[in-house]
Write a protein that binds this ligand. Structure first.
Ligand code: SDX
Length: 428
C-alpha cells in the first residue's frame, strides 16, 4: 500500500493524493484543495499545536505512551546515572558524547566564560530586593544581549558557537546574582577550581569562608537535576526560542523569551506552584478535601499531567529517588509525606486515571530544592539554567534547518466584516 492519503473534497467531488512521511502530511499540501481558482485553499486548524509538528528534530525523543525520554538516543535514566550536566550539554549541542579531549576543552571553555560585565550589577540594582528572580533573569538576558552586538550574526557558525558557550557559562552567574541581590548579600565571583554546579553553589551560598566547598552529595544531586531538565523537545519555551530565533534575533533575547515562557505556572513555574500547593494542603489528612476541590474545578494538582506523557514522567521517577539521597544530608523535607500520599491517592482516583494524569518533572523537584535551602521563587530559575542548553540546541537546529524560515502562523478570521468609520457623535 502507498504511503499516501486519498482525500475526496465532497464540495467538488475532486480527490487528492497527499504523501505521508514520518506519520505526517505537509500542511502546505492541503492548499491545493480548493472550491474555485480564487479560493485560498485549505489550511489545518490546530490551537495550541496539539497535533502539529513544527520541525524535524534529532535532539530529544519523548514517547509519551511508554514514558520514554532520550537525549540524542541515550535514555535519560542512563545519563542521569552515568553522565554530568556539561557532558550532556555537549551531547545535546553536538549530537555525540565527547571524547576526553573534546570534554576537557568544552569544560575549559565554559569555565572561563562565567564572568559577566560589571555594568550588569547596575542593571540588577534597579530591582527591588523582593523582585521575583525570574523577572530579574529575563531582564538580565536582555541586558546581556546589549554587550554582545556580534551575536546578531546568527548565520555565522563560529559566532553561534562563541555565544552558545557564553550563554551556558553565564546563566549560573546571573541566577546566583539575582539570588544574592534578593538577600542584600555581596555577589560572589566565579571560582574556576570548582565544577559547573559547584561554582554555582559557591556563587549562591559562599559567605565569609575563604574557600566554598560544595557538599558532594548535594553537588551531584543538582548536577543530576540539571541533566534531567536540560531539554524536552518542543515544549512551550523551546517553541518560544525557535519562534523568536527564527526572526534572526540574537540568542540572548531569544533566551529571554524562552525564559519568560518557562516562567508560567503551567510550564516551568509549576515546581514553585507545587511547593505552595503542598504548603497550602499542610497535612496528609487534608489531602482528600484538596483532591475533591481539584475534581470540582477549584484549581489543578500542580506537578501532575503533561501534554505528551500519558504515563509516569521518567524524570519524576529519578527525582523521587534522588530526594531520598538529598534528605540523608539535609534532613527529610516534611512536605515529602504529603507529596507521596498525594501521588498515591491521585494515581488511584478515577478523575486522574481517566485523564491519564501522572506526576511530571515538577512534582518532586521543589522538595529537593527547598531542602537544599533555595527559596521557592528560585525554583523556576533552577529550571532555566539547565534548559538554556536545550533551548540553544533547538535554536541552533532551527537555524541550520534548510526547511525553516521566520515563524508566522496563519489564522481563521472570525471578526467583523467590512464596515465604515462612525464619527464619535454618531456612536451609541
Ligand atoms: C513542564 O511540554 C513539556 O515538555 C513541559 C515540560 C518540560 O520539560 O519542558 O515537561 C515541563 O511544563 C511540565 C508540566 C508542568 N505543569 C504543571 O504541572 C501544571 C499542572 N498541569 C497542567 O496544567 C497540565 O497538565 C499541562 C499544562 C501540563 C498539560 O495540559 P494539556 O495537555 O493542555 O491538558 P489539558 O489542560 O487539556 O487537560 C486535559 C484534562 C482537563 O480536564 P477536562 O477539561 O478534560 O475535564 O485534564 C485536566 C484538565 O482539567 N488536567 C488536570 C491537570 N492537568 C490536566 N486536572 C487537574 N490537575 C492537573 N494538573
Amino acid at each position: 500500500m502507498p504511503d499516501t492519503l486519498t482525500i475526496t473534497d465532497n464540495r467538488t467531488g475532486k480527490t487528492y493524493e497527499i504523501p505521508i512521511q514520518d506519520g505526517t502530511i505537509r500542511a502546505m499540501d492541503l492548499r491545493q484543495i480548493k472550491v474555485s481558482d480564487d479560493d485560498f485553499g485549505l489550511m489545518s486548524y490546530d490551537p495550541a499545536f496539539k497535533n502539529t509538528a513544527c520541525c524535524r528534530s534529532a535532539i530529544t525523543l519523548i514517547d509519551g505512551e511508554r514514558g520514554i525520554l532520550r537525549y540524542r538516543g541515550y535514555p535519560i535514566e542512563q545519563l542521569a546515572e552515568k553522565s554530568t550536566f556539561l557532558e550532556v550539554s555537549y551531547l545535546l549541542l553536538h549530537g555525540e558524547l565527547p571524547n576526553k579531549a573534546q570534554y576537557d576543552g568544552w569544560v575549559d571553555e565554559i569555565t572561563h566564560h562565567t564572568y559577566v560585565h560589571e555594568f550588569l550589577k547596575e542593571a540588577m540594582r534597579g530591582f527591588r530586593y523582593d523582585a521575583h528572580p525570574m523577572g530579574k533573569l529575563v531582564s538580565m538576558l536582555g541586558a546581556l544581549s546589549t554587550f554582545y552586538p556580534e551575536s546578531k550574526k546568527v548565520r555565522d557558525p563560529e559566532v553561534r558557537k562563541r555565544h552558545i558557550i557564553k550563554a551556558i557559562a553565564k546563566m549560573p552567574t546571573l541566577a546566583a546574582w539575582a539570588y544574592r541581590h534578593s538577600l542584600g548579600q555581596p555577589y560572589v565571583y566565579p571560582d574556576n577550581e570548582l565544577s559547573y554546579v559547584g561554582n554555582f553553589m559557591a556563587m549562591l551560598f559562599k559567605l565569609a569562608e575563604p574557600k566554598y566547598e560544595p557538599h558532594p552529595v548535594l553537588e551531584r544531586a543538582l548536577d543530576v537535576l540539571f541533566i534531567l531538565h536540560a531539554d524536552h523537545e518542543q515544549n512551550c519555551s523551546a517553541n518560544a526560542m525557535r519562534s523568536v530565533g527564527s526572526s534572526e534575533a540574537d540568542p540572548y533575547v531569544s533566551l529571554a523569551a524562552a525564559s519568560a515562557a518557562l516562567y508560567g505556572p503551567l510550564h516551568g513555574g509549576a515546581n514553585e506552584a507545587v511547593l505552595r500547593m503542598l504548603q497550602a494542603i499542610g497535612s496528609v489528612d487534608r489531602i482528600p478535601e484538596f483532591i475533591e476541590g481539584v475534581k470540582n474545578g477549584k484549581g489543578r494538582l500542580m506537578g501532575f499531567g503533561h501534554r505528551v506523557y500519558k504515563n509516569y514522567d521518567p524524570r519524576a521517577r529519578v527525582i523521587k529517588n534522588l530526594a531520598h539521597e538529598v534528605f540523608e544530608v539535609t534532613g527529610k523535607n516534611p512536605l515529602l509525606d504529603i507529596a507521596v500520599e498525594l501521588e498515591k491517592i491521585a494515581l488511584e482516583d478515577e478523575y486522574f486515571v481517566k485523564r491519564r494524569l501522572y506526576p511530571n518533572v515538577d512534582f518532586y523537584s521543589g522538595l529537593i530544592y527547598q531542602a537544599m535551602g533555595f527559596p521557592t521563587e528560585m525554583f523556576p530559575v533552577l529550571f532555566a539554567i539547565p534548559r538554556t542548553t536545550g533551548w540553544l540546541a533547538q535554536w541552533q537546529e532551527m537555524l541550520t534547518d534548510p526547511e525553516q524560515k521566520i515563524a508566522r502562523p496563519r489564522q481563521v478570521y472570525v471578526g467583523a466584516g467590512e464596515r465604515d468609520y462612525v464619527p464619535m457623535d454618531a456612536r451609541g
